[in-house]
Design a protein around this ligand. Structure first.
Ligand SMILES: C[S@@+](CC[C@H](N)C(=O)[O-])C[C@H]1O[C@@H](n2cnc3c(N)ncnc32)[C@H](O)[C@@H]1O
Length: 283
């Protein structure tokens, strides 16, 4: 990924974080994270996080942590959480949030395309709305490299197979729609890069009908639509292609440095990592 794109991502998110910082300076109580509020703010979060299993004592990476609410929740469950982001502004927010909620996080600034961690460093990896900002073939290899044998990675990502939704994303205005110029919702073809790196890969769709809540607002209607979605998607998994989000669960990373079958090589830059690590915040 070129430096221009990285800087654009960084500038965009730093600007967003600066606006948020103004709000927190006036209302620091907004830094509090209530488990249920976070877990239920989107319908995929709770089931996706559950896929990581019990976290007590686990080394967990929050990949592109942003506001680090997930980091706080995972730390409360006993995980030893490392969280990184490209945006210094969001890391400052993450540090304040950790302090405000009384949890310890190891925070650092890093580019998700080049992870500054030794191979096999994490038992679990969590990422929400991050992969679609990155270079997927590179990041697939990196995730497999830093995941310990038997590890699990879960990523929740916007899905781009529904043409009507693509049109709406491009044309309609709705709350928190702002996005960077380079991000692209994941498509079916993108998933191929993960197969050579992981023996286990599961993809589940979320918000088929319930995506209407983006425009109509949440409430009772949302809960009913969400229940319909679970029913429909359970019976007709093919409907996943029309969903707003997918949860990608990756397991059994292929042996570190092993050459993968097929055109995409996994763990292409194995353990030779010289990318600079700029510590942004204390642990
Ligand atoms: C849509 S936000 C998601 C943040 C958080 N995971 C959440 O659940 O809200 C995307 C995040 O990815 C970060 N990001 C974008 N490109 C990145 C990169 N190359 N490496 C690391 N983080 C990146 C941004 O700074 C931002 O915090």
């Amino acid at each position: 990924m070129d430096g221009i794109r990285l800087r654009a991502e960084q500038t965009f998110h730093d600007r967003q974080a600066a606006e948020r910082a103004r709000t927190f300076s006036q209302s620091p109580q907004l830094l509090s994270v209530l488990d249920n509020d976070y877990l239920d703010h989107e319908s995929w979060i709770r089931p996706a996080l559950a896929k990581l299993g019990p976290l007590e004592g686990k080394r967990v990476l929050d990949f592109g942590c942003g506001h680090a609410m997930a980091s706080v929740i995972m730390a409360r469950q006993g995980a030893r959480v490392t969280a990184f982001d490209l945006s210094q502004g969001y890391l400052v927010e993450a540090r304040s949030r950790a302090a405000h909620n009384g949890v310890r996080l190891a925070l650092l600034m890093a580019d998700g395309n080049r992870l500054p961690f030794a191979s096999g460093s994490f038992d679990r990896i969590w990422g929400n709305a991050i992969l679609h900002h990155l270079d997927l073939p590179t990041v697939a290899a990196e995730v497999a490299r830093v995941l310990a044998p038997g590890g699990i990675a879960v990523f929740c990502e916007p899905w781009g197979e529904n043409w009507l939704l693509r049109l709406a994303r491009g044309r309609l205005g709705y709350p928190s729609k702002e996005r960077t110029a380079d991000e692209e919702p994941l498509r079916q073809k993108d998933l191929a890069v993960f197969r050579p790196c992981f023996e286990g890969m599961e993809v589940e769709g979320y918000q088929l009908l319930a995506m209407a809540a983006r425009v109509l607002g949440r409430g009772r209607r949302f809960a009913s639509l969400d229940r319909c979605d679970r029913l429909l998607l359970g019976r007709m998994p093919g409907l996943r292609r029309y969903c707003r989000y997918v949860v990608l669960t990756l397991s059994q990373p292929r042996a570190h440095g092993a050459a993968a079958a097929g055109p995409v090589r996994c763990c292409s830059h194995a353990t030779a990592h010289s990318s600079p690590v700029v510590p942004a915040c204390e642990t």
